[in-house]
Design a protein around this ligand. Structure first.
Ligand code: AGP
Length: 614
């Protein structure tokens, strides 16, 4: 996700844009830029890789007599973070400029059509394609900028929040929205545009939130004209905002972690967008396709990662072996790099890393590459060190994850790895067409199932109040729920500072059961298709020793409801995808217990978001 801002009115535009972009840097920070039109109808663009402050430093000679402009702080999805790919982008004529938050899925098709008409492109972005589509429509149909944007968006598949300006019309900004946020601040003879209200809340509290497929015309001295892309006039609803600045940045949530937990339906949707084509029954994973044969030829797959990303790798081990019958080893990167591992030419090494900067993981893949392995990266930060070092990769499109405790990145990693496992299984014939279609249909429905799972929040709060003072906690799971148990324990440890351990449920009798007494809460993940009867036995073993059971169960599991001290129901999904659902209550449990213990949920003690040291 990126941050967009715009302004038209009586104030000098540059300071407004820069200050607004700094407010939105939590949405993306790999490059920034502004475009302004001065009174002589010159279009000035300053843009640069890096933070807003670095772009600001390059704009020393901006024209203070500019009162209309747009700005962007980028979270790269298409095209590396660099000066050329940063926004704003100009059309071929140099007259139009655009900023964009979102993903144009069919940009390749549009780009090819425009290229055949002689359009050229400076960047690798989908956004530059869009502004040239708008220019093409405007030139060939001689319509207003407003209509050219609207007509163009009827050809677009994907998500967008855009601002478009024309240097020949310094009193107009056209904006449009679908799938990405855009709000207009309506001041006295001035308009503000932003991804959320934080850039303009100090100037006006009157806000117009665009709905999907709406296009707005903002003209100096005129009221907003609002249409949908079908050209139907819509009555603008301008509301009075009551939010504080800080609350807006966190989307109304108290902490970024809670916001990111609740973003997971969308972050999974964004990660699957354009890649899982359930209606067509296909998977199109760009960075993977050219290495698919390498994967198919591999005698084994080694996964290297740390922390939560290592847990995603463990889920992947179950998925790859279950669906594609390819041997997988999951290694802590820090151990792998020092134990003189056996690495063969044909090996594939998958590096999983949210930040793409974890030193141990980067060193592990450097070692693997030096011994001839092929490196595949699964990262969330475009252009990060691990992503750039890998031979190939697939980005999770989870958007910036600000909370130190990883949540939406974990589920996005599992989603990407599920796509790879499904693709390999289909290609190898280890899953038949019917199974493949059933599984991609199930995966496609995961965002809505996560939405349902989030409804357990109130029950989690009640349980958190009972166990917030625990000193130890065991997390148990079998099969696909075992990595979930490990991840749940890590979440509790790192933000509430309660000692917690994850274990395969069957392992309890090999030692940990000695820990169990009436003071020990046991969180057990018990899905109906996850060795259910064995897990019921484990619960009985715990109960016999007065342990307190908190069970994560599927809706309708009457058997465990009878025996658990507390239970949280989540929707049932295909067992292979159950980690995407069962992890949700465990994320919320750690969040609420940490909150009740007065811990700093977003910045837990001793931790950093990215561990770039060994
Ligand atoms: C997870 O909540 C922790 N913040 C930590 O374990 C993290 O997953 C680990 O440091 C790996 O980070 P990465 O995914 O950026 O490589």
């Amino acid at each position: 996700m990126c941050g967009i801002v715009g302004y038209m009115g009586k104030r000098e535009v540059f300071p407004i844009l820069v200050k607004g972009l700094k407010r939105l840097e939590y949405r993306g920070y790999d490059s920034a830029g502004v475009a302004m039109i001065d009174q002589s109808m010159n279009l000035q663009i300053f843009k640069k890789k890096g933070k807003v402050v670095e772009m600001e430093a390059t704009a020393g000679n901006y024209d203070p007599n500019s009162f209309l402009g747009i700005g962007h702080t980028r979270w790269a999805t298409h095209g590396e973070p660099n000066d050329v790919n940063s926004h704003p982008h100009k059309s071929n004529s140099g007259n139009l400029a655009i900023i964009h938050n979102g993903i144009i899925e069919n940009y390749g098709t549009i780009k090819a059509a425009l290229s055949s008409k002689g359009f050229t492109f400076q960047s690798d972005t989908d956004t530059e394609v869009l502004i040239n589509l708008i220019e093409d429509v405007k030139n060939n149909t001689e319509v207003s900028l407003f209509d050219a944007v609207r007509i163009s968006l009827n050809q677009v598949v994907g998500a967008y929040a855009i601002c478009v300006i024309d240097k020949n019309d310094p009193d107009t900004i056209v904006v449009a929205k679908k799938g990405s946020p855009l709000v207009i601040g309506v001041g006295e003879d001035e308009y503000f545009i932003a991804s959320d209200a934080s850039p303009f809340i100090e100037y006006t509290k009157r806000a117009l939130y665009l709905e999907d497929e709406e296009v707005a015309l903002l003209q100096r001295g005129e009221n907003v004209v609002l249409k949908n892309i079908k050209n139907e006039i819509i009555r603008p609803y301008i509301q009075e905002l009551a939010l504080s600045l800080e609350a807006i940045e966190k989307g109304g949530y108290d902490y970024f972690m809670l916001k990111e937990i609740h973003e997971q339906p969308k972050s999974i949707q964004d990660t699957l967008r354009g890649r899982l084509l359930a209606n067509e029954g296909t998977i199109q994973l760009g960075g993977f396709v050219e290495y698919e044969q390498t994967f198919l030829n591999a005698k084994r797959i080694i996964i290297v990662a740390c922390g939560t990303s290592w847990h995603a790798g463990l889920v992947a081990e179950y998925l790859f072996e279950d669906l594609a019958r390819i041997p997988v080893e999951v290694e802590y990167a820090s151990e792998f790099r020092y134990r003189n591992p056996v690495i063969n030419e044909g090996d594939i090494v998958i590096a999983i890393s949210q930040s793409g900067e974890t030193a141990d993981t980067l060193s592990a893949i450097k070692l693997a590459k030096s011994k001839g392995a092929t490196i595949f990266g699964v990262c969330n930060v475009v252009g990060s060190s691990i992503a750039r070092f890998a031979d190939a990769g697939a980005y999770t499109h989870a958007g910036p994850e600000i909370g130190v405790a990883s949540t939406k990145a974990f589920t996005a990693q599992v989603a990407i790895l599920s796509l790879i496992a499904l693709s390999l299984g289909k290609k190898k014939g280890t899953i038949n067409q019917a199974e493949f279609h059933q599984l991609i249909t199930e995966l496609d429905a995961i965002p809505s199932k996560i939405e349902q799972a989030l409804n357990c929040n109130d029950k989690i709060i009640a349980i958190s109040e009972m166990y917030k003072d625990a000193t130890n906690c065991l997390y148990l799971g079998r099969g696909y729920s075992y990595p979930v148990a490990l991840e749940g324990a890590l979440k509790l440890k790192e933000i509430s500072y309660i000692h917690a351990e994850g274990y395969p449920a069957a392992e309890m009798k090999h030692g940990p059961i000695a820990l169990i007494d009436e003071n020990m809460p046991i969180v057990i993940v018990a899905t109906l298709n996850g060795h259910h009867e064995k897990v019921v036995s484990n619960i009985q073993e715990v109960k016999a020793r007065k342990g307190q059971i908190i069970a994560i169960i599927n809706e309708g599991d009457e058997e465990i409801k009878q025996i658990a001290d507390h239970y949280i129901e989540v929707p049932q999904v295909d067992e292979r995808f159950s980690p995407l659902i069962t992890t949700i209550p465990l994320q919320l449990l750690s969040y609420h217990i940490a909150l009740l213990r007065g811990c700093n949920v977003d910045q837990p003690r001793n931790l950093a978001k990215s561990v770039t040291v060994e």
